[in-house]
Design a protein around this ligand. Structure first.
Ligand code: DX5
Ligand code: ZN
Length: 246
């Protein structure tokens, strides 16, 4: 069984309140976020548009955390330099729609940034086999990319397991990240299947009791020993001074 400290949390700012983005990222950082997940969409690769380079530039001023850029755009290669200049630390590019994935991955490595490859829910694990030795992380999408607040797709669980086995065989140490519909329940399932980085948007930034409590809830859920019921958890967080719940 994985323990809390083995699993990293990557809050996705797509669900943040953009009028208070700096504050909310700072709160996530104080609450122990491992990195900040930034979703870039262009209305072509996915049917939605989101953020761009200026947001990354601003975030760079307010956090030391790794800024992980999830590129949901056609031709990610065209924008890599700009995002690097803005202060990005790592890139996740999709297998889907990229006819020259090896070239994109090598370009990112030349820019001395960490690189990950993402696969959509129905893309089979086997497509990762040849690219795996070249990447630092794999991202298994657990919803169809493009929107926050969607429900976790359970049929991705056996794939997470298969990707984990492939990582053991071909690239031990490569991160296995999941993205979409991650809350306290699905986090537990994804970690049990082999994930070690959890992207979470609405379950962190949309939580009624705040970012800190939400992150604590996710951590508690993945550490079976630490599983605490919600009411009990609020008082533990308060007693230990971990979160300001007023
Ligand atoms: C979806 C994005 C996700 C999104 C997850 O295309 O890649 O990172 O922010 O949001 P939740 O956690 O709300 O499903
Ligand atoms: Zn994402």
């Amino acid at each position: 069984m994985k323990r809390i400290e083995d699993v990293k949390l990557a809050p996705s700012i797509l669900a943040a309140d953009f009028a208070r983005l700096g504050e909310q990222v700072a709160e996530a950082e104080r609450a122990g976020a491992d990195r900040i997940h930034v979703d870039i969409m262009d209305g072509h690769f996915v049917p939605n548009i989101s953020l761009g380079v200026p947001v990354v530039q601003s975030l760079r001023q307010v956090t030391e955390l790794r800024l992980e850029i999830h590129m949901m755009i056609t031709d990610p290669d065209f924008f890599l330099d700009e995002f690097v200049k803005a202060g990005s630390d790592s890139f996740i590019v999709h297998w889907e729609g990229n006819n020259n994935l090896h070239r994109t991955v090598q370009r990112i490595k030349t820019l001395r940034k960490q690189v990950g490859v993402a696969v959509n829910p129905t893309t089979p694990a086997v497509v990762l086999e040849e690219i795996l030795p070249d990447v630092d992380q794999v991202l298994v999408m657990t919803v169809n990319p493009g929107f926050g607040h969607q429900s976790f797709i359970y049929s991705t669980l056996p794939k997470i397991k298969r990707v984990g086995q492939m990582i053991e065989r071909l690239k031990p140490g490569c991160e296995l990240e999941v993205d979409g519909g991650i809350d306290a329940t699905t986090a537990q399932l994804a970690v049990a299947a082999g994930a070690n980085v959890l992207v979470a948007g609405s379950s962190i930034f949309g939580a009624g009791d705040g970012i800190c409590a939400a992150m604590h809830r996710l951590r508690s859920a993945i550490n079976h020993d630490g599983l605490i019921q919600e009411n009990g958890q609020r008082s533990v967080l308060k007693q230990e001074g971990l979160c300001n719940l007023e």
